[in-house]
Design a binder for this molecule. Structure first.
Ligand SMILES: [Zn+2]
Length: 439
């Protein structure tokens, strides 16, 4: 009898051991998503060619990459939510009201509240753990297995240190706020030196002596934006190192911010020559290249910073076998008199962003992908079911993997979703106004 029991225990032990590794299909998948708002190939490629972005050059050769197709309205809040949900604006509910009005889009909702689960909420259903830093439209932070530093946390940079604790509800779990507070560095001079950024107002004054940089909203706030991205880097470093998770996501926005004021940094004579007064859209291809080339030069410190961030996270031994998704939400377009990704002429398509996918079983080379493909691709990598109502498909062609595709319906658990607060909406509104998104 004793022998029978012990052999039964042995069988059970073997079964348990099999279940422990077999359940995960013998592989531990880890995914890192790095977002860089507004980054685009037309301004990156000249810098790669000039040898200024050594890591990105190598990375592009070793990755599956794409001119990342995006969708109108190319507003960051809308697109980053589409990337995280795999769904269009009308489905996920983070709406651009001006665009809807212009295009006569009717939705049976009046509030701009997210209605669909994001990746971290889909993973949560399968007990997978996520770390999410600074993703667009994440305040108030959601409740899920993991850590969320909402995109409101960075506002701590514009508050006096004695008011910092007012930001405790920008992080979930709240306790994590106190350790993140420790990484805040407030010295602007040392920060720009550390991250290799120029003082943009000083740059403006050099080309425009006697003019006030405060007349331009994004330029006026550029020091804050620089400090905020440096803070995001520090927070990301801490959490990526200390937290054990399945999915890591973080987001930087300097490439977008700087492109919103980059024309201001160029000499008036150059602008006058390239965009003659009352110009209609007839800029020759040659002239366009000249302007893009000039813009690219001006963006060098920003992309060099991106290059170093990529090198840091992709070289981290912790992420040796991880899958990396590096992307932006849109690019920028030259149009009559300007350079933007929004308020473009109707016939101008949404300017594509960048996408790079790197990992142990990724086939390098150019591919085709759109913003709705990211969420299904990440679910696919984890071997989780996809959602039929998603607007994209997994990029299965770029992976040397034989995954069976299953489906389910993911629903947003309203009890575990952050509850909106009026004052923070107001602050977000002010910020968007400063960026020229809202008039
Ligand atoms: Zn954007």
């Amino acid at each position: 009898m004793a022998k029978k029991i012990s052999s039964l225990i042995l069988v059970l032990a073997v079964l348990l051991a099999l279940a422990a590794c077999g359940g995960a299909k013998n592989e531990k998948v880890r995914v890192v998503v790095l977002g860089f708002d507004g980054a685009n190939w037309p301004t990156i490629d000249p810098l790669i060619a000039a040898g200024k972005l050594p890591f990105l050059k190598k990375l592009k050769e070793q990755s599956a990459w794409a001119d990342f197709r995006t969708d109108k309205p190319t507003k960051s809040s809308v697109v980053w939510t589409s990337i995280a949900t795999g769904k269009t604006m009308v489905k996920h509910g983070i709406l651009d009201f001006a665009y809807m009005k212009e295009n006569n889009i009717q939705v049976p909702y009046s509030n701009a509240e997210k209605r669909e689960p994001s990746l971290w909420q889909m993973l949560d259903r399968f007990q997978l753990r996520s770390v999410v830093v600074n993703w667009f439209v994440t305040h108030p932070p959601d409740l899920f297995n993991g850590v969320m530093v909402s995109d409101r946390f960075r506002q701590i940079m514009i508050k006096k240190p004695e008011f910092a604790n007012q930001y405790v509800d920008t992080v979930q779990p709240k306790m994590d706020f106190y350790r993140l507070k420790q990484v805040i560095r407030r010295d602007y001079g040392r920060t720009i030196e550390r991250i290799g950024m120029p003082d943009f107002p000083a740059r403006f004054e050099k080309t425009h002596p006697g003019q006030d940089f405060r007349r331009h909203f994004t330029l006026q706030n550029s020091r804050t934006f620089v400090m905020q991205d440096a803070l995001v880097e520090d927070v990301t470093d801490l959490l990526f190192q200390k937290e054990s998770a399945d999915l890591y996501m973080t987001y930087f926005r300097l490439p977008d911010i700087t492109q919103h004021f980059v024309l201001r940094l160029l000499p008036d004579e150059f602008i006058a020559a390239m965009f003659p007064q009352g110009d209609v859209w007839d800029m020759s291809a040659e002239k366009q290249q000249q302007v893009i080339g000039r813009i690219s030069q001006e963006l060098e410190p920003v992309y060099r910073y991106m290059d170093r961030l990529l090198e840091k996270y992709l070289s981290d031994p912790k992420f040796k076998d991880a899958y990396f998704f590096i992307m932006s939400d849109h690019g920028f377009s030259l149009y009559s008199g300007g350079y933007n990704h929004y308020d473009l002429p109707d016939d101008m398509p949404a300017p594509p962003g960048i996408l790079l996918v790197k990992g142990p079983k990724v086939k390098p080379g150019k591919t085709d992908a759109c913003i709705y493909d990211i969420a299904p691709s990440i679910l696919y990598l984890f071997g989780l079911p996809l959602d039929r109502t998603m607007d994209g498909k997994p990029l299965s062609d770029i992976f040397k993997l034989g995954r069976k595709v299953k489906y389910t319906t993911y629903v947003l658990d309203k009890d575990r979703k952050g509850i909106a607060r009026k004052d923070s909406d107001q602050e977000t509104l002010e910020e968007l106004k400063a960026l020229g998104y809202i008039n």
